[in-house]
Design a protein around this ligand. Sequence first.
Ligand SMILES: O=C(O)CCC(=O)C(=O)O
Ligand SMILES: [Fe+2]
Length: 306
Amino acid sequence: MAYNTWTSSEPDLATIITQHPQPLEALAAGDVPALVIRQAFPLRSCQQLVERLIAKELLYDPRESIPQEFIDAAVPEGHFREGRNKEASRAWDVGTATGRRRIDIGTSLGYRGSDPDAFFAHSRESHELFEDLFSTGENPVQILYDALQGLSRTKRVVTAHEPDGRQYSPAIIRAHYGGYTYKPHFDSVRLREKREGYAVHDFEHQFAGVMVLQNTQVGDVSAQCVLHQYLWQPEIDSHLRSGTFHEHAAREGVASVDVILEPGDLYFFNTRNIHEVPGVAGDLPRIVLATFIGYSSDRDDIFVWS
Ligand SMILES: O=C(O)CCC(=O)C(=O)O
Ligand SMILES: [Fe+2]
């Protein structure tokens, strides 16, 4: 097998900039799978944050019985809504229900964006929630934004907003219980969710910035993201929907990389690259702090939302 030259850049900003003087341009072009900042947030701080989220009843402890409100609020696997649709679409076929649950803290445009008024009202609450959560001490959202600012070098990183000032949720915390799986998919407000009428629709490229706060583990296997060197094209949709992407990728010799992260590690990738996070049904959920990022070479602002 040929040596894979498509490799992530890590472990810190200085090294990334040495390898890729314009890291976000490299990400946009698909030249690098991921930019990884190791231990952006200390492990102890990750643990304390998870404990605080459980104490505030924003997440449940899977070792205790599950309160009904979490069962009602859970987001099923692969769910999103397109355009103004009220009905959910599926990014992939999940077959029968599995009891795998995702709990969001914050506002997901992909999940709630079909109703703009409700989306921005929910986002306002998320702003208050995040301000309250991180009013004292370290703020992992700020750490993520600062890292992105460093990678962007000269552009200005801001929370996404509409021309009239309405703000998107600055980030989202997602807990994945019971082996919740992201099958091979891509994310794009432009190409997949068709969010016309939203300011984030205007960017040429979309990235994700994700910090792992807690992982799930069975034996020595933990849940990790796999990035495929394939930038989404319409032709691949039938394989994504029917679950045959892996066979297709093997036939075509598509390279892939595993991004192995520990709690506290932060990574950025181009969400047009087909990617997946196979679930691992350990005792604890995999919990991440996640953002989407809008980037255009010819704009001097970068929008962050969730
Ligand atoms: O949790 C991750 O690391 C990435 C998840 C993902 O692909 C997504 O949120 O679309
Ligand atoms: Fe994704």
